[in-house]
Design a protein around this ligand. Structure first.
Ligand code: S3P
Length: 165
């Protein structure tokens, strides 16, 4: 069992949810994903929210979600959307922040067409690359720990070593 929330950050497609699910199972705790929380709360998909209400409205929902997590969630693995730390920089107030770093070219190789389709800010590859460069510095600055996520199970092992003393 862990004694704090573990918050996984990183660019779209960096494996936050995959790592989070396996980690939660191994640590015998729950996993939540802020995109899923927002989708269930709004009863809409992320692309629908972006299309119908715009990015600014989505960011306000992320902020609301953060406040809810801070007040209600304990000892849980939390994966946040790629833009979350940028728009909610006080993210550390809710737990230990781990940046899962993956080179942009590697992300491109790993993502399926279906996964790209679900992400409104990944529709233009050049723009996504620019976003990656800008955000990488922000993720680094806001992280307690940075892990190069080369392989799911070795990343899970590293996080377990760090958090289960
Ligand atoms: C976004 C990342 C997405 C989702 C939304 C916006 C971003 O989450 O929150 O499409 O701004 O990087 P993932 O990082 O899980 O893809």
């Amino acid at each position: 069992m862990i004694s704090t929330n573990i918050i996984l950050t990183g660019f779209m497609g960096s494996g936050k949810s995959s790592v989070g699910r396996v980690l939660a199972k191994e640590l015998n705790t729950y996993f939540i994903d802020t995109d899923n929380l927002i989708e269930s709360f709004e009863n809409k998909t992320i692309p629908e929210i972006f299309k119908e209400e715009g990015e600014e409205a989505f960011r306000a929902k992320e902020r609301y979600c953060f406040n809810w997590i801070k007040n209600n969630v304990k000892n849980t693995i939390i994966s946040v959307g790629g833009g979350f730390p940028v728009f909610v920089p006080e993210i550390k107030e809710a737990g230990l922040v781990i940046y899962l770093k993956v080179p942009f070219e590697e992300i491109l190789k790993r993502m399926s067409d279906e996964e790209i389709k679900r992400r409104p800010l990944f529709q233009d590859i050049q723009k996504a690359k620019e976003l990656y460069v800008k955000r990488d510095k922000i993720y680094e600055k806001l992280a307690d720990v940075i892990i190069e996520n080369r392989n799911l199970y070795s990343t899970v092992k590293k996080i377990k070593e760090l958090t289960c003393k």
